[in-house]
Design a binder for this molecule. Structure first.
Ligand code: 4AD
Ligand code: MG
Length: 441
């Protein structure tokens, strides 16, 4: 009889039809007269029931999880009171193994247990990816990127793809990965911001979703050496417009994920207490944040009070954000803490038109600012930071050929996911995370 090959996501619509499905054995439960398989094909899961002659084959003795199989049979609704993915099951009349998986000591289930050592787990990332949590995170990640692209498109912000191999730094020399480029020094990009700025006169508002690289010398829950950086640059705007745009994008993207049945279900499972952020986000001036920290007994690492000019360390930032319990836009950082390109605050020139978005559980997910539009001010910025201006000639030119007010931001995709899906570390939110000492697999 004919059996149409189908992907599992489409199966609930095919009750009564005979279908052919290929996938991996996600779970395997042999019983005396029935074998229960949950088959996974990357689009969904399907419960399959093998009975009669189907379990008398030689192959049936070899069935273990993570083997690839082809199953053919009729789709039926599950019986009253029973559950199965999609509410249906496949009554198998023919099946075969496509690729065997090892049993015994090498069996998949045995190698990855909840208490498996973290470094072994990292070595086995290629297998861990097949697990339900990793699969869910990666699925939401894909929907998140798509939602961002959709909202950018709706705002007429154009996607570009800047280079990853560069010869200038954006966020300071200490986290640059350097490599030999045909005998010259080059770096892996820390941020595409400067390139986005140069595309404004050509394309107007632009964005990119690109890997950024940081030679972070610390092992924290939220630092990767390579991360996916979503960056946008907007022209003819003021600081207030930048803040409105950032919170608008975040809220709209969260709404899209909560409206999509697949991501909504995953968010409900992984982060049942997730509260969608409310507009407007709280705006907190850096100087008021310093006051807040001291008044709430959140001290510096050395046990002293914070003073104006201090960098707010990761732990203090997270404590404050967790206490406040909702997203915060921390604005107006001191110039001395920030990069050479940031525009000064007119009312207090030692501070900047800058913003970090902080979210509970993670801390900083977004960093952005208005940029210096004035040529002389930019030259002073290079001097202040001790940066030779020559390699930046193309960035400087932006201020010579029709300059204008503009600003932008960068959002850490893994941090955003860690927040929405309540993951302990950003390492869970990258397909193959890289951190200090880890570039395998
Ligand atoms: O705050 P950052 O360093 O800002 C910039 O790079 C700007 N040039 C971006 C811009 O305005 N276009 O990085 C932006 C965001 C951070 O808020 C954080 O979410 C993420 O990138 N990020 C990291 N994520 C994971 N691992 C790391 N090591 C990260 N460093 C920054
Ligand atoms: Mg930052």
């Amino acid at each position: 009889k004919e059996a149409k090959r189908t992907k599992i996501f489409a199966v609930p619509e095919l009750v009564g039809s005979r279908v052919r499905v290929q996938g991996w054995v996600h779970r395997f439960r042999p019983q005396k007269t029935n074998y229960f398989l949950i088959v996974r094909d990357g689009t969904a899961m399907l419960q399959c029931i093998l009975t009669g002659d189907c379990i008398k084959t030689l192959d049936a003795l070899d069935l273990v999880t993570e083997s690839t199989v082809e199953v053919v049979g009729t789709i039926e609704k599950v019986k009253e009171g029973q559950t199965a993915p999609g509410g249906v099951e496949l009554i198998v009349d023919y099946w075969k193994i496509i690729g065997r998986a090892p049993g015994g000591a090498d069996a998949f289930d045995g190698r990855l247990q909840p208490d498996t050592d973290a470094s072994i787990r990292a070595d086995l990332r290629h297998l861990e990816l097949r697990g339900e949590i990793a699969t869910s995170v990666m699925r939401v990640r894909a929907l998140l990127l798509r939602a961002f692209r959709e909202r950018f498109h709706a705002r007429r912000v154009t996607e570009v793809t800047p280079p990853c191999m560069v010869q200038t730094s954006v966020e300071g020399g200490s986290t640059l990965f350097e490599f030999d480029y045909y005998g010259a020094k080059a770096y892996l990009t820390q941020s595409s911001q400067l390139y986005l700025e140069t595309a404004l006169p050509s394309l107007g508002d632009v964005y990119c979703i690109q890997e950024s690289f940081r030679a972070e010398k610390s092992l924290t829950r939220r630092h990767l050496s390579e991360y996916t950086h979503l960056e946008a640059e907007l022209v003819f705007i003021e600081f207030k417009d930048l803040l409105d745009h950032i919170e608008g994008m975040i809220c709209e993207v969260v709404d899209i994920l909560l409206a999509d049945p697949v991501s909504a279900e995953i968010i409900k499972t992984l982060n049942p207490d997730f509260v969608p952020p409310q507009r407007p986000f709280m705006r907190l001036d850096y100087r008021d944040a310093i006051k807040y920290l001291n008044e709430h007994g959140i001290l510096k690492e050395d046990g002293s009070d914070h003073v104006i000019g201090d960098d707010i360390a990761e732990a203090a930032e997270r404590k404050m954000t967790d206490q406040i319990g909702r997203p915060i836009m921390l604005i107006h950082f001191p110039k001395a803490l920030k990069s050479f390109y940031m525009k000064a605050l007119e009312s207090a020139p030692d501070f900047t038109e800058s913003v970090d978005v902080l979210v509970p559980g993670v801390g900083e997910v977004v960093g952005g600012s208005m940029r210096i539009a004035d040529l002389e001010e930019l030259m002073a910025g290079y001097r202040r930071e001790g940066i030779p201006h020559e390699p930046y000639y193309w960035f400087t030119d932006q201020r010579k050929y029709g300059t204008t007010e503009h600003g932008g931001y960068g959002l850490g995709v893994e941090r955003f996911l860690a927040w929405m899906l309540k993951r302990y570390t950003v390492r869970e939110c990258s397909l193959y995370p890289r951190w200090m000492g880890r570039a395998t697999p």
